[in-house]
Ligand binder design. Sequence first.
Ligand SMILES: NC(=O)C1=CN([C@@H]2O[C@H](COP(=O)(O)OP(=O)(O)OC[C@H]3O[C@@H](n4cnc5c(N)ncnc54)[C@H](O)[C@@H]3O)[C@@H](O)[C@H]2O)C=CC1
Ligand SMILES: O=C(O)[C@@H]1CCC=N1
Length: 273
Amino acid sequence: MQHRKLAFIGAGNMTRSIVAGLVSSGYPKEAIIASNRSRPKLDALQEELGINVTQSNDEACQFADAIVLSVKPQMMADVCAAMQQQTDFSGKLFISIAAGLPVSRLQEMLGGDYPVVRVMPNTPSLLGMGMSGLYAQDSVSQADRDYVADVMAAVGKTLWVEQEDGINGVIAAAGSSPAYFFLFLQAMQDECMAQGFSKDDARLLVQQAMLGAAQMVCENPQLELSELRAQVTSKGGTTAAAVNSLIDSDLQQIVAKAMQAAVARAEEMATLF
Ligand SMILES: NC(=O)C1=CN([C@@H]2O[C@H](COP(=O)(O)OP(=O)(O)OC[C@H]3O[C@@H](n4cnc5c(N)ncnc54)[C@H](O)[C@@H]3O)[C@@H](O)[C@H]2O)C=CC1
Ligand SMILES: O=C(O)[C@@H]1CCC=N1
């Protein structure tokens, strides 16, 4: 894997997740810089991970060969407009992790047809367990594609999408979905507590059960998810009672609607910012 000089513009949750995963996978920390408007997150990144930090986006941008645009979509236009006043972007590769913003809009913001790879990561990248979708236009070189894929593969699994709107599908399925899972676990934890368990015991019960279940999914690719469920579900038993309750409450429809809402918001963001 190439170790290009890599800048993160915006040092929030997602930058922290990717940088932590990258550093622990052996990417040289002296080749990474992160910029942020305020200081505290930078200090934490420098202390915990040993990377370079700066409050100047221009300094970060000038340091790097590849620039990860990692501010909120609504900040992106202002951030890019300010950077292009100070820095010649020729020869630089841009990697946008922002939800919603298409390559064409990002190039408008950057003021030129610079190579842009869109990446939709998720926070489990922090543990090297991320899932990232990637998209690039045909004009992006194979070397640039390989570099970005290698960076994201260092923090988890990757999937290229052929069409740009595939990135919105990745958002619904993988970028946002850790939050759906946390919400589901929280609901389980709350009900465990209502049934008399302490908060800690309730958390242990649900987290270990879900971790084991997720591992079973990963280790049994030959089994359909419905088959794994069938293995837990004794006829006339407790699981059947619970699962039937979920089906009667239209869980599938609830989940589909939530994922469609994520896609719709991504599409809306493309028109807003
Ligand atoms: N959090 C997540 O799970 C995921 C987030 N994303 C995308 O990642 C991007 C960042 O999201 P988060 O890390 O969650 O947000 P965040 O709010 O945690 O981080 C954004 C950071 O940018 C900084 N910032 C704001 N204005 C700035 C400026 N002018 N110059 C430099 N830094 C500035 C903020 O201080 C903040 O630390 C967004 O575009 C989001 O769509 C993508 C996938 C997953
Ligand atoms: O909520 C968001 O908009 C971002 C994109 C995917 C996860 N977080």
